[in-house]
Design a protein around this ligand. Structure first.
Ligand SMILES: *Cc1c(COP(=O)(O)O)cnc(C)c1O
Length: 411
């Protein structure tokens, strides 16, 4: 059944994801843990199998047939990602293990060469631990300070406070595009503009935006952008760091090893050109090709269609959950993506998760790698349903029924 406004048929889309047809504890699987990782369409599974079946080989240095094939497919995936993000050059697309490694790369390379004693790095109150800890490590090492943009009770960032934090010692802003625990869509375009007016570069953590909306890095004018393949319906262990070429050119290597060099003697090493300078060692070739297939897949559906459909589902879910007495949504920002974090009066989130699981419903419970967000709201944890374009209203209805069951058990 197609929802109004959706430009695709969700039941057809679901057939592309074999795992969704499974039963769990005898019930149809209702997979609502997409912010932790998303499921993979058959085309991605096929790309992985086909790579290992027909062209497995190491890339870039081989002159034999298989190596040339693998290299071509690996580099084609880079071009697909470049188009997805609307970057201007393949050299600006660095393959990394995931969003986490992308942020660590920027902290370890750009950060170490630009952040010194007394300098400041700005992040927000709703960052994933992956966008907190690398900056803490850097600041500790450098005697620099981490500054945190606060948010209000809805989970909206206080942009005026952010503007006040931007100062002469600010060396970098690193900000999440879409919060994984609250769903807030941050006004990153404005945040970037304000930083740039003071000459400060901005990293955008796009782990939760790239899979769910059109991202145009040139329109955003962000300096760095990271996302993870496994949340964009691709394999684990592969992700992307986008960086503006002139910034990447100016940065020292993050890791040393094969592929990132032009020549090595014991006296001196000449580093390779972009993007290879930041891709030391044999990369995740299969994962990269799988990510390329995932990019093809989402592009064939259209990220604007995905966003519109998921938004409708979010509205439906928000209305449905809000009508449950004793349930409180955590994260009610004005602009939100498909995240429904909630707590139930008198029930520990872990118990919610366990009972829902017995109904075949997969949600995540805990702090979602955003402990400071839990502290901000004075709660230990939430239960979180996170949506993807293959989810349906029927699945939201199943969630509501499941929550009713939890309430019965604990009444
Ligand atoms: C998942 C996530 C990360 C970390 O991604 P990894 O794939 O674990 O590297 C960072 N930021 C946000 C907002 C996330 O949701």
């Amino acid at each position: 059944m197609t929802s109004t406004g959706a430009a695709f048929d969700v039941s057809r889309v679901r057939r592309d994801f074999p795992i969704l047809a499974q039963r769990v504890h005898g019930k149809p699987l209702v997979y609502l843990d997409n912010a932790a990782t998303s499921q993979k369409p058959q085309s991605v599974l096929d790309a992985l199998a086909s790579y290992y079946t027909t062209e497995n080989s190491n890339i870039h240095r081989g002159i034999h047939y298989l190596s040339e094939q693998a290299t071509a497919d690996y580099e084609e995936a880079r071009s697909k990602v470049r188009v997805l993000l609307n970057a201007s050059d393949d050299r600006e697309i660095i393959f990394v293990r995931g969003a986490t490694e992308g942020i660590n790369l920027v902290a370890g390379s750009y950060g170490k060469s630009n952040v010194g004693q007394g300098d400041e790095v700005i992040i927000s109150a709703m960052e994933h631990h992956s966008n907190i800890v690398p900056w803490q490590i850097l600041c500790q090492e450098r005697g620099a300070h981490l500054r945190v943009v606060p948010m209000n009770d809805d989970g909206d960032l206080l942009v005026d406070e952010y503007e006040r934090l931007l100062g002469p010692r600010t060396k970098l802003v690193s900000i999440v595009h879409v919060s994984n625990s609250l769903g807030t869509i941050n006004p990153v375009r404005r945040i970037i503009e304000m930083a740039h007016s003071r000459g400060v570069p901005v990293l955008v953590d796009g782990a939760q935006s790239a899979p769910h909306m059109n991202v145009d890095v040139r329109e955003l004018d962000c300096d760095f952008f990271v996302f993870s393949g496994h949340k964009l319906y691709g394999p684990t262990g592969i992700g992307v760091l986008y960086g503006k070429a002139d910034l990447l050119e100016s940065m020292p290597p993050y890791q040393g090893g094969g592929d990132m060099i032009k020549s090595v003697t014991f006296e001196r090493t000449l580093y390779n050109d972009l993007p290879y300078r930041f891709e030391a060692g044999t990369p995740n070739i299969a994962g990269t090709i799988g990510l390329g297939a995932a990019v093809d897949y989402v592009s064939s559906i259209g990220l604007e269609n995905i966003e519109a459909y998921e938004h409708e589902l979010l509205d439906y879910g928000t209305r449905a959950l809000s009508s449950i007495s004793g349930l409180r949504l955590v994260g009610t920002a004005r602009k939100k993506a498909g995240i429904l974090s909630f707590v139930l009066d008198g029930v520990h989130p872990h118990d919610i998760g366990t009972i829902l699981d017995s109904e075949g419903i997969a949600v995540r419970t805990g702090h979602h790698c955003t402990q400071p967000v839990m502290d901000r709201f004075g709660i230990p944890a939430t239960a979180r349903a996170s949506l993807a374009f293959y989810n349906t209203r029927q699945e939201i209805d199943a969630l509501v029924k499941g929550i009713d069951k939890v309430l019965e058990v604990f009444s």
